[in-house]
Design a protein around this ligand. Structure first.
Ligand code: FEO
Length: 395
């Protein structure tokens, strides 16, 4: 059933309760997601974004409850990623003469996905399209998180349709921020930010300043995933500003993998050293951890301590996979340290330190290696290592 957000503005998206992996298998979504599409019924009819194609039929049925699709004048494609655009081919068969509104970069990414000769109109920041009583105002949001990303703002009802920004992978019975569990909402909003937007925090800060400088009154922020922010909508903008500063708490994450528990024993002893000094720390086993949840923990913490035994002259594959994810997110304002056990060649610490270097995370001190299983003296050294890291975390 469509949901009316404001006079003449309807949610016609799809709630995907069952999805647990997004972007292929790259992103875990424990609470499902939604693909939000908005239908604006003015003198002209505009549809903002579509849904992922496995859900096209449900989406089109929802549109048809409100309007004959042949009557749609504008289809705004804020972003070509298939979760928002892949119902376009099915939709455009029904309204082949509609104008497809895209950003400058969307003018290549949308045809690059669908290879169709639709009637495209390219817009840039500040451009407006009149729908009759209200206008759509466009704001390019390059690299938040694709080059083509664009926001659009509906005058009159004062709704900012922000595409991925301010979204959450969060399927709920109710569509508005004031009607859902706040703890879950912010958990999902942060997971989304940490895993998708962290590399672009400088751009986010600039973009928010640019949007605020436009002085557009905002009654609602309607992202393309999750709930719509209608109660104090700027709360999520302020939260994005704070997250974008990347000021981690003086806490620690220890992430390790182990074959015969030697590196695990080291991890626990290092944690004891940190805890003795009052540092809150979370210890995770790479082989069983959810890497996206881990990225959230890393996002929040100042100290990242990584351990692996030496395996084939490097580190265990479970660690390598997670560390590649960490490298790509380009976290700021962290400090790090490496540890691991070995039997003969012993490259584990060196391999992890190289990843820290590529990730732009400075080392507190050289890493700690233990040959074979740690004995009492080794474990004492691990605890001392933890205390030293604690001092740097507080400093
Ligand atoms: Fe929700 Fe970038 O797609």
């Amino acid at each position: 059933m469509p949901i009316e957000l404001a006079k003449g503005v309807y949610w016609v998206g799809v709630t995907d309760w069952g999805i647990r992996h997004f972007h292929g298998f790259e992103l875990s979504v424990h609470r499902g997601t939604t693909y939000n599409s908005y239908l604006i019924m003015d003198e002209k009819i505009a549809l903002v974004d579509t849904v992922w194609s496995p859900h096209s039929e449900e989406f089109l049925a929802r549109v048809r409850e409100l309007v004959d699709p042949t009557k749609i004048d504008y289809v705004v494609v804020n972003h070509a990623e298939p979760d928002h655009s892949s119902s376009l081919p099915a939709l455009m068969k029904l309204c082949p003469n509609a104008t497809v509104v895209v950003s400058k970069n969307g003018a290549t990414s949308v045809p690059g996905h669908y290879h169709e000769n639709w009637n495209f109109k390219t817009v840039k920041t500040g451009d407006r399209i009149s729908l009759g009583k209200n206008e759509l105002v466009f704001v390019e949001a390059t690299m938040l998180h694709w080059p083509d990303t664009m926001f659009c703002y509906l005058t009159g009802e004062q709704i900012l349709m922000s595409n991925d920004a301010f979204g959450q992978h969060y399927a709920t019975a109710f569509l508005f921020n004031d009607l859902v569990n706040q703890e879950e909402l912010y958990e999902e909003a942060l997971k989304y930010f940490a895993n998708i937007l962290t590399p672009y925090t400088d751009k986010i800060l600039k973009k928010i300043d640019e949007i605020l400088a436009l002085n557009l009154p905002v009654k609602m922020i309607a992202p393309s995933h999750g709930v719509i922010w209608r109660q104090d909508p700027l709360q999520i903008v302020k939260q994005y500003q704070e997250w974008s500063l990347q000021k981690p708490a003086p806490t620690a994450v220890i992430l390790y993998d182990t074959m015969w528990h030697a590196t695990e024993k080291m991890a626990k002893a290092i944690a004891e050293g940190l805890i003795e000094c009052g540092i809150d720390c979370k210890v995770s086993h790479a082989a069983t951890a959810d890497s996206n949840d881990l990225m959230v923990e890393i996002f929040k913490a100042k100290l990242v301590v990584l351990g692996s035994c030496t395996y084939n002259n490097g580190i265990l594959p479970s660690m390598a996979k997670i560390l590649e994810e960490m490298r790509g997110l380009r976290f700021k304002n962290k400090i790090g340290a490496a540890f691991g056990s070995y039997g003969w060649s012993g490259e584990c610490v060196k391999s992890i330190e190289e990843i820290f270097q590529k990730s732009g995370i400075p080392l507190v001190r050289p890493g700690l290696r233990v040959k074979w299983q740690p004995g009492d003296a080794d474990l004492k050294l691990c605890r001392e290592f933890g205390r030293e890291l604690a001092a740097a975390t507080k400093g």
